[in-house]
Design a protein around this ligand. Structure first.
Ligand code: 13P
Length: 256
């Protein structure tokens, strides 16, 4: 089964609203060339979501980088799924390694967020990946399996098409180092086999799996040529509109 290719930019803590508007403006004219055969998403800081909603070309969907799983409440500084959905957000990153590492997010907490995002009618982009020490110890699969089981604890097979998994080895993020595409494929194939055990082959075949970590327009092609990799979650290289468009072009085999 062919899945729709997916390119997601994760801006992290970059771009003011004015800078986001400039990005959207730069995309606006070339965006008419964005192939309709793929999905494109920008996950911006909360403060830039509104301006992007009104300025981003329609071909580019809006994403957020985090969410709180509760519907509402006394959680100073947090943002709910309803607040994001109302702003037009369609994708929400959950369990990014920076949040796990710097903000002490647990596997179970990521599971709660995944469930909340799905319940609100948005797509969770669930990040999984081993760090350098775990890689050296040869426990990549153990780590990712633990993260996966917790993240999908309450997710059912009929929600598979709404799920996006992003395999992001922590050592590859922002480092300029990447695994070989074949090695990323090995993890993605293993992930899909885990999903098939859980939900059956048909549902597992509907889940989009991305690679993330030092992706750019030059190396993206190698990853998306792999059978189980459907696109990329991109940090640094997604900040520049020209680079974003180049990656969209690569993603769709030169048709963007
Ligand atoms: P870089 O593409 O900057 O390595 O970041 C990857 C990432 O963390 C995307 O979520």
């Amino acid at each position: 089964m062919k899945r729709r290719p997916l390119l997601i930019g994760n801006w992290k803590m970059h771009k003011t609203a004015a800078e986001a508007r400039a990005f959207a403006a730069a995309l606006a004219v070339p965006a008419v060339r964005l192939a309709s055969t793929a999905d494109y998403v920008v996950c911006a800081p909360y403060t830039a979501l509104h301006v992007l909603r009104v300025t981003l070309p329609r071909a580019v969907a809006l994403g957020a980088q985090n969410v709180h799983p509760a519907a509402q409440g006394a959680f100073t500084g947090e943002i709910s799924t309803a607040m994001l959905h109302e702003l037009g957000v369609r994708y929400v990153i959950v369990g990014h390694s920076e949040r796990r590492r710097l903000f002490a997010e647990t596997d179970a907490w990521v599971g709660e967020k995944t469930a909340a995002v799905l319940a609100a009618g948005m797509r969770p982009v669930v990040c999984l990946g081993e760090d350098e020490t775990e890689r050296a110890a040869g426990v990549t699969e153990t780590v990712i399996e633990r993260q996966l089981q917790a993240a999908l604890a309450t997710v059912t097979a009929d929600q598979a098409a709404e799920i996006v998994l992003a395999y992001e080895p922590v050592w590859a993020i922002g480092s300029g180092r990447t695994p070989l595409p074949e090695d990323a494929q090995a993890v993605a194939g293993w992930l899909r086999a885990q999903l098939a055990e859980r939900w059956g082959t048909a549902a597992a075949a509907r889940v989009r799996i991305l690679y993330g970590g030092s992706v750019n327009a030059d190396n993206l092609g190698g990853f998306v040529a792999q059978p189980d990799l459907d696109g990329a979650l991109v940090g640094g290289a997604s900040l520049d509109p020209t680079s974003f468009l180049q990656m969209a072009h690569v993603l769709t085999g030169g048709n963007a």
